[in-house]
Design a protein around this ligand. Sequence first.
Ligand SMILES: [Cu+2]
Length: 141
Amino acid sequence: MRIIFTLLFFLNLVIISKVALAETIQIEFTENDSYSLEIAYIDAGDTIEWLPKNEGHNVEFIAGPKMDELPNNSKINESHSVLFKTPGIYLYGCTPHLNMGMLGLIIVGNDFHNLNEVNKIELSYVANSVLNRLIRTAQSN
Ligand SMILES: [Cu+2]
């Protein structure tokens, strides 16, 4: 019986430390029509919070490891937070400024398995060159 209690105690510690390790990373909309953090490296279970520090922007998800269940888009000028559970690459952009290259990547769990799908997304010339730069940076990290 004592062993069971001891096991339960340690199991609890593991669960509590897992929860305590989940992080929230903040990304701001900037006056340069960009996100303050272009590539976010997070673990599964972490949350990203976007803050409307500059007007006229939002977060629209374009690609992710599960294309049929992408995170919700946000409304313009509103803060938005998303908890990421599935490892992989997420691509998002600002609806009004996506064609100008206002986009960002989130790499969950250092997992690049859906890189080909992300590369296949059709974007404007400028957005595509920004995406290529971000992917090169992410891969060299
Ligand atoms: Cu924008």
